[in-house]
Ligand binder design. Structure first.
Ligand code: HEC
Ligand code: HEC
Length: 205
């Protein structure tokens, strides 16, 4: 009796794992590249071009590598399924965790693949004003431009942050067993720069 239950559970777990892998691979195949900026040149209308550019960049913004650190609440999420972070950790006053559970206790300066541990010298959670999970791309677009929410960054600083910041860059170098963000940081930065130059209009939804 006990063994049957165990066997059933084992098969269920194996099946779920298999479905997860299949779904992840499918998603990866269709979403892991970014179109070059030149593909958007043919859109004559500036506003439409800006929206199309940001929508393409949105493949990165909406990737789990970015969303996991831009959660809706005080707790980061993990994996491509955006599961709540295990163990329970919170943002804390400075984004680096509560006094007794600092991010850097586990997250070191670099990825540690043997333990599936992502790392970066300044690993910490985005402030609550920069929460992306549960928001539409249009809403995220409006809020990242809003100086009262984005750490007072003007457009030049914002473009620089996306194109050059190494914590953002971790998204393309996330360590073994993690799907990187689509394309490259350089391609992403170029899309954001072109979006800014076209007037930084946001998707309507
Ligand atoms: C390890 C956590 C972490 C990851 C991963 C992360 N971010 Fe952030 N993000 C932050 C923090 C923290 C800030 C606040 C600024 C700072 O302290 O560097 C921030 C701020 C930002 C901002 C400023 C504007 C705003 O309103 O959000 C942008 C844009 C941004 N991140 C983009 C990205 C993108 C794109 C990715 C994925 C490729 C990403 N981030 C992945 C932690 C992270
Ligand atoms: C007790 C150890 C521990 C502490 C403390 C900790 N983490 Fe983690 N964190 C982990 C482990 C382990 C993983 C990898 C889980 C996996 O993907 O299997 C992880 C993964 C993550 C991820 C998911 C990365 C991705 O996209 O796959 C984020 C985001 C994250 N942690 C943020 C934080 C932040 C922010 C803090 C501090 C507020 C923090 N963690 C504190 C152990 C910890």
């Amino acid at each position: 009796m006990k063994t049957t239950m165990k066997t059933k559970r084992f098969f269920l777990a194996a099946l779920l794992a298999f479905c997860g892998i299949a779904a992840a691979q499918q998603q990866q195949a269709s979403n892991n590249t970014l179109k070059p900026v030149s593909e958007f040149d043919k859109i004559a209308d500036k506003q439409e071009r800006a929206i199309a550019l940001f929508t393409e960049a949105g493949k990165v913004i909406n990737s789990p590598r970015c969303l996991n650190c831009h959660p809706a609440g005080d707790r980061p999420t993990q994996t491509n399924a955006l599961n709540p972070h295990q163990p329970w950790v919170v943002r804390g006053a400075d984004g680096s965790g509560a006094a007794a559970m600092r991010c850097a206790t586990c997250h070191q300066a670099a990825n540690y693949d043997n333990a599936r541990m992502p790392g970066h010298p300044t690993w910490h959670l985005a402030p609550a004003s920069m929460a992306w999970q549960g928001r539409t791309l249009g809403q995220i677009c409006e809020q990242i431009k809003d100086k009262s929410r984005n750490d007072n960054m003007d457009m030049a600083k914002l473009v620089h942050h996306m194109a050059e910041d190494t914590l953002v860059g971790w998204g393309w170098n996330p360590g073994a067993g993690r799907t990187p963000a689509p394309g490259t940081q350089k391609e992403f930065g170029a899309l954001i720069k072109a979006w800014a130059e076209a007037g930084a209009f946001c998707p309507r939804s």
